[in-house]
Every structure is written in C-alpha cells, then in structure tokens.
Design a protein around this ligand. Structure first.
Ligand SMILES: *Cc1c(COP(=O)(O)O)cnc(C)c1O
Length: 354
C-alpha cells in the first residue's frame, strides 16, 4: 500500500483477465476470442484509412456507428450508447445508475467484472445461486434490489435464459434497473433488445469483441430507453468524451456492412461447438449446453487444474477459475476446427495418462 493511494484503490481488487501469451506458439482457447479474422471490409477500411486525418479528434457523438446500429436493431439513434468495449458501458452503468450504498444483485457464477465494479464504486451486492441445471435463476432477483445484472448467455457457463423468462421478470419488476449483458448472444442466445420499447428499465449491452472478431479494436455498445442512454452519455462526457478513436469507429461500421462474413464465422463456431461438445461427452465430460463461443466442462475422474496444466505444457491455453464453486471446471473457447481437433487429441491423451 502506498500513502498516496485513495481508499478506493486500497479497498478494491481489480479484474484478472485470462493469460495473454501472444508469442504465437500457443493455441489460445482461454479468452473467448474469435479464431477467425475480422471481415475484409474492416481490413480494407484500416488499410485505406487516411492517417493524415489523425490530427483531428474523432466524432464524439459516434453518429455513423449509432445510425448503423439503430438500423440493425430497429431502434432510434438516441437509444444507443457506444463504448470502448462493452466493459466500459457496463462500468459506466454502475456509475450512472447506482449510488454508494445502493444494492445490486447478480449470480455468484457469472462474469467476474460485475463484482469488481460493485466493489470499486462502493455498491452493495448480493450474489445468488444458479439453478441445479446451471441456469441464472431470475426468481431470486425479485428481492429488494435497485438493480440486477447478468450475462445472457451466461459466462463462464454458456447457458442461456429464455426470452420469455426475462420478459416475465421485466413485467414483475418495472422499478428495477435490469442490465442484460449480451456479449455472446450472437452464438445462439435470444436477444431481449425487442423489449426495450416496452420496458424503460432495460439496458442491454453487446460487443464487437466476440462474434465480430474485433476484440483488439475495443468497440461495445449499450441499448435502452433514451433516459438510460443519456445518463451513460453524461458519465462518458464527465470522464473522457473521446473514448473511441476514428479508426475504431469506421472499422466497426465496416464490420456491420459485411453481414455474410459475420454469419459465416458465427455458424462455423456453432458447428464446431456442437461437434466438440459431443466428443467431450463421449470422453466422459459433463458439458453444459452452450449458446456461447465456449464450453464449460468438468470430468468426474480428473482434476480440472491438472488438465489445465497438462494442456498448457502442450501450449494449449484454456481457462481455469480458482474459485470453490467451479474449481473442477474448465472454460474452453471454441477455436477453428483444426485447433479443436488438436485440443481433443490432447484431452484424450491426458484422460488416459493422468
Ligand atoms: C467479453 C465479455 C464482455 C466484454 O468485452 P469487451 O471486449 O469489453 O466488449 C462483457 N461481458 C462478458 C460476459 C464477456 O465475456
């Protein structure tokens, strides 16, 4: 601890991202990146970008990208907030909608950033259990909280909650802010964006990092009632008006223009996920049914930690979480068909040897 630190820094713990060993010798199945390159439209946009324009600030209103997203999702431009990755939209939401001492609720097994934000901003939080089948249990969110946040599909389980269940939750809880993190929705979940016009308490976040293969570009967005979006804009404009650079804004627009590349990459990942899930089950793994670009797996006969180390020795990285509830699970991102064949061969060897 340093005498210069604020109590906020002294009393909080930061998020720990999955290992980023990018020396090219590892197969990275640990941070849910898309294994395929982004659309050619994006690559062409970046290649042909006139860098002499970099003397100018980017468009802080993100007009073009908002219009493109508004058209895609059937929303109004002012129902969209653009952020530097959706993590930023989520962090800003905690600041925009909760005071110190307010309470927020989220599942105990979910994206670990929610707890980090709650700690950092001094918001009380309650963590709730998943159901027996690893589903987010919305009925326990009915309690007396100012807001709730959950990922759908959830991370790291990959399991999704139905549209009908979220709709009914919103109908029961009109006074509660409901944040649905749809980082993985394009891989088979059902988006609740169509409910935004009926529910002024619903905020949905999405990202270009996963399904659009642009994790390195840092573009995310939130969608919701104009009053919610205005609050997010106020947070942004009280911290940094230019959170997205010009190249990122233009490349994100280019990515939206290429729907066929997007659909092809997503469907390849879904097919590989189905195949990998089946093969892992044949090897005796419990595989939670995933609607995301990863699978969450556990084997009754082998320790997840040992499997993680065995794979790492062979230069395949997967994610192991050292938290008691999920200690015997591994989260494995879906890579290309070739990467997953190699992964399956190694897992096969390890479950014979260990
Ligand atoms: C990856 C991820 C995000 C956000 O990622 P960004 O790159 O910041 O857009 C948000 N929520 C969950 C659950 C994620 O896994």
């Amino acid at each position: 601890l340093s005498k210069f630190w604020s109590s906020r820094i002294k009393n909080s713990a930061a998020y720990v991202p999955g290992e980023q060993i990018n020396d090219g010798t590892y197969i990275k199945l640990n941070t849910n990146e898309n294994p395929y390159p982004p659309s050619r439209e994006v690559l062409d946009t970046i290649r042909s970008f006139d860098s002499t324009r970099l003397n100018l600030y980017p468009d802080f209103s993100c007009h073009k990208l908002k219009s493109a997203l508004a058209q895609k999702y059937g929303l109004n431009k002012n129902e969209i907030f653009i952020s530097n990755g959706s993590d930023e939209a989520l962090a800003f939401s905690f600041l925009a909608f909760f005071d110190c001492g307010d309470s927020i609720c989220f599942p105990s097994i979910t994206y670990s950033f929610y707890k980090v934000y709650a700690d950092f901003f001094n918001i009380n939080y309650t963590e709730t259990k998943l159901t027996e089948s690893f589903e987010v249990d919305l009925s326990v969110f009915d309690g007396n909280y100012k807001g709730v946040v959950f990922a759908n599909p959830n991370a790291p389980t990959g399991k999704s909650v139905s549209f009908a269940k979220i709709k009914s939750f919103l109908e029961r809880n009109p006074e509660k802010l409901v944040i649905v993190d749809e980082a993985y929705v394009d891989f088979g979940g059902q988006s609740v964006v169509p409910l935004i016009h009926k529910h002024d308490n619903l905020l949905v976040t999405q990202t270009f990092s996963k399904s659009r293969a642009l994790a390195g570009l840092r573009v995310g967005f939130a969608m919701g009632n104009i009053n919610l979006i205005n609050a997010l804009e106020q947070v942004k404009n009280s911290i940094n008006s230019y959170t997205l650079d010009t190249i990122a804004l233009e490349s994100a627009c280019a990515s939206l223009r290429d729907d066929s590349h997007f659909k092809t990459a997503v469907s390849k990942i879904i097919n590989t996920r189905t195949e990998v899930s089946e093969k892992l089950r044949l090897l005796g793994f419990m595989v939670i049914e995933s609607k995301a670009n990863f699978v969450f797996i556990s084997h009754p006969g082998f320790s997840a930690e040992n499997l993680y180390s065995g794979l790492k020795e062979k230069h395949v990285l997967v994610r192991h979480f050292n938290s008691p509830d999920i200690q015997n699970f591994l989260r494995v991102s879906i890579g290309t068909h070739e990467q997953m064949s190699l992964f399956l061969n190694l897992i096969n060897e390890l479950t014979i040897k260990l």
